[in-house]
Design a protein around this ligand. Sequence first.
Ligand SMILES: [Zn+2]
Length: 434
Amino acid sequence: MENKLEKIVSLAKRRGFVYQSSEIYGGLAGVWDYGPLGVLLKNNIKNSWWKKFVLNREDVFGLDAAILMNPKVWEASGHAAGFSDPLVECKKCHKRFRADKIKEENKFGDGKCPECGGELTEEKQFNMMFKTFIGAVEGTASRIYLRPETAQGIFVNFKNVVDSMHPKLPFGIAQIGKSFRNEITPGDFLFRVREFEQMEVEYFIKPPKNDEEWQTVFEHWRSEIHSWLESIGIAAENLSDFEVPKDDLAHYSKRTIDVFYKYPFGDDEVVGLAYRTDFDLKNHKLDYYDEESKERFVPHTIEPSFGVDRPLLAVLCEAYTEDEMSGETRVFLKFKPEIAPIKAAVFPLLKNKPELVAKAREVYEMIKKEIQPVVFDDNGNIGKRYRRQDEIGTPYCVTVDFDTLEDNTVTLRDRDTGEQERVKIEELISRLKI
Ligand SMILES: [Zn+2]
């Protein structure tokens, strides 16, 4: 199955989805660039998420906080101190261990991962945050960080949003944005990267009086996560919930579920859901005044935390399909039409017949007014044009031929079945079910 990932990486590059960063200079490990089709796919995924979790809800507010923040944020959140121990990382399972701890009693022996027996990296004084300097002077006083998560941008704006929007609990603040982590061992294509994008909601609730009160909210978000993943085309049977064991929970979390996807390299995280208690707002000394009860308290937080790149990788893996068509092996991306980067392609049957080209242009312009993006292609024979669109996951191809000039019908071809039918031009828009 590793082979499948290689095929996807190769198709992604060949067809303009994902390129290695700074490739002409030998690349930069753990960093990727999205090409013309990749950026369309990525925007579709982000828009679908924003629509479901912000626009369609009355209780979630959007935010776009800056990447650069006052370094005191990272002291309060625990990020600045949290990673200052010498660490080693397992090259196989990517777990990190304090170098002094693993020597104590390791059943796999020195230099091996205590969890899986994998090989360990060299010992390093390690902080996952990228450092840089603000202003002209480089020194400790001017040192700042690229944010390692979008969550803190939400927490530090909690008071601003409360003061300007006057929301009643429970409510959430959502953000999509870049984050940076200096991973020791990046790998598996878009899975473990150093620069990535996150989509996070911090959902604030009253301090729960019992477990049931927070568990109900937690279950709501668990089901919303699954319903969104399925809506972008990830099959339910390829998803599973992994309950993070009590001993492995982050210090702030009372419960965490990692939603796993069956990637070609194994089951691994696509989305995380954590009950962070009042840890974050308390650290930032923030609270909430409840008008009804006239009480002041620190709300608790339930956090559904999505990457953009991991769901996108899952969508690519899920869509990648090989079948046989007209006696040939065909590779196609079976994207849901809503997520597909290109919605339809319009072809004149022949490139050298001006009347066909003119009519095809007319059809193309008509569709483009309603549905975007649509491409126009007159290059090569029709079979080749179909293959090109299949490979980038375009759900529909529309061909204008000599009959079109007579009866105003076109050939509509379905990507998944390859079936073709004659459709009246005026019915085209309603037939492109997007
Ligand atoms: Zn390991």
